[in-house]
Each structure stands twice: as C-alpha cells, then as structure tokens.
Design a protein around this ligand. Structure first.
Ligand SMILES: C[S@@+](CC[C@H](N)C(=O)[O-])C[C@H]1O[C@@H](n2cnc3c(N)ncnc32)[C@H](O)[C@@H]1O
Length: 236
C-alpha cells in the first residue's frame, strides 16, 4: 500500500467527520508549508485532521502543527454526547500515527490561545465551533498571523457560519486569491495585492461552488455525481 493509502487507513480508524479527499488536501497543503512558519489547527476533536496535517508536514518540511482545542466539544457535540473530553483519545491517535513529535497540542479555546500567539502561520485550518460569530472570531484572531502566500482553509464551508465567513472574507474580501474547494473545504492563498483577474476568478469559483452545493442536494445517481465532481475539479 502506498503512503496515502496507509494514511487513509490510519485516519479511517479515528472518529471524526473529515472525508479521505479532504484529508489528502490537508496532507498536501501541510507538506508544502515552510519550516519557518507554523501549521495551526483550530478544532482537533480526536485528531483525524491533525494526523493528516502532521503526516504531510513530516513528509515535507517538518513545520510544527499547533493543534488548538479545549477538548470539551462544540455545542452540537455537548447536545449529542453530554459531557465531552477528547484529549486522551487525541493523544493516543497522534502517537499511534507516529506524528507526536511534530504536534504541539494547546488545550485552550482559540480565543485564549490567540492571546500569547507570536508565530508566523503558513497554513491555517479552521474547524472549531461552527456558529457564525465563533468562526468570524477564529478568522479575525488568526488570519493576521498568516504570511503572504500562506493558505487558509475552512471545513463545512458550504453551510452555516463557515459559509458566511468564507463568502464575506474570501470570495468578496480583498486579501485572498486562488480560491478552491475540496468537498466541504474551501481554501485560498493570502495575497497583498488582488488583481482584477483574481477578483473575477474568485467570483467564478463562487458560482462553481454554488452549483456544486446545489447539485449535492439533488438525489442523482452515483456515476452522475462522480462525473460532476470530475468536471468541477477540471474547471477550478
Ligand atoms: C468538528 S470538531 C473538529 C474535527 C477535527 N478537525 C477532525 O477533523 O476530526 C470541532 C472541534 O472544535 C472544538 N472547539 C469548539 N469550540 C472551540 C474554540 N472556541 N476554540 C477551539 N476549538 C473549539 C471542539 O472541542 C471540537 O473538538
């Protein structure tokens, strides 16, 4: 089995909501992050996305992965499971994947962790609380640390709070270009100069993502969906 196949198997054994395609995106993005900049994850749960990120970094430039989570769950988890504590399982999963050397857990909310933060960020992954005000707070606290050329990515970005932040600050903002999406993830590259071409391209990708999420709600046969996915990828 190749490296990504092995990783997919490891990640499948960890509880969480990330798909294999989304995991591969995190792996490839983390792999490109320079060692001089940090990889920051807001919202780790039991470490599924952390393992993809840290494995990419391990196969790339060995940038440290700061995994920020109070480990007490988001509001929907508390409703579903009652009292939540995920840190022990998080540590076990990260250790079993042999990436504990690169992962620096910060057992705090993103707001508390941001208070003492002083490092440059090369890849910022936002998958914490999904209420609009919370996603906006994560964005406002952490985006200023992202370097030019650094990449931001949001999970569950085609609905609710993440969608609103992504639309306002990535698609219609003035700081991001090369927007793309992989299933529920929307990502973009930070830039100090947004050209007219970049602005048009951002709107074009917004149109594509709207069509993609509309089609996702229809009950289409699997081969038609797979063909649609391939076409969207080719058009990005
Ligand atoms: C959807 S889960 C993350 C899933 C994880 N990225 C994965 O792929 O397995 C959301 C996580 O955000 C955490 N969380 C909730 N509020 C937070 C906050 N203010 N700061 C940081 N993390 C938060 C929760 O404890 C929960 O573990």
């Amino acid at each position: 089995m190749d490296r990504l196949g092995e990783l997919q198997k490891t990640a499948a054994s960890i509880d969480g909501w990330l798909s294999p395609a989304e995991g591969r995106f995190l792996y490839n993005s983390a792999r490109k992050c320079p060692q001089s900049a940090a990889i920051v994850e807001i919202g780790s749960w039991k470490g599924k996305s952390t393992v993809w990120l840290a494995s990419g970094s391990k196969d790339g430039n060995h940038a440290a992965v700061y995994a920020i989570d109070p480990h007490t769950g988001s509001s929907e988890h508390k409703k579903m499971f009652g009292k939540v504590w995920t840190f022990e399982e998080f540590k076990q999963n990260v250790k079993a994947a042999k990436v504990d050397g690169l992962v620096k857990p910060i057992v705090k909310t993103s707001e508390a962790a941001a208070r003492n933060w002083d490092k440059k960020i090369g890849f910022l992954w936002i998958d914490g609380a999904h209420e609009y005000e919370m996603v906006l707070l994560d964005y406002k606290l952490w985006e200023p640390h992202l370097i030019d050329g650094g990449v931001i990515a949001f999970h569950d970005s085609q609905k609710g709070g993440p969608k609103k932040v992504v639309n306002r600050h990535l698609y219609f903002g003035s700081r991001f270009r090369n927007i793309g999406f992989v299933e529920g993830i929307t990502y973009a590259t930070k830039t100090s100069h947004l050209s007219i071409f970049d602005k048009f391209r951002n709107l074009y990708v917004l149109l594509l993502t709207s069509i993609y999420s509309f089609a996702g709600q229809l009950s289409l046969p699997r081969p038609v969906k797979a063909l649609g996915n391939r076409m969207v990828k080719a058009m990005l």
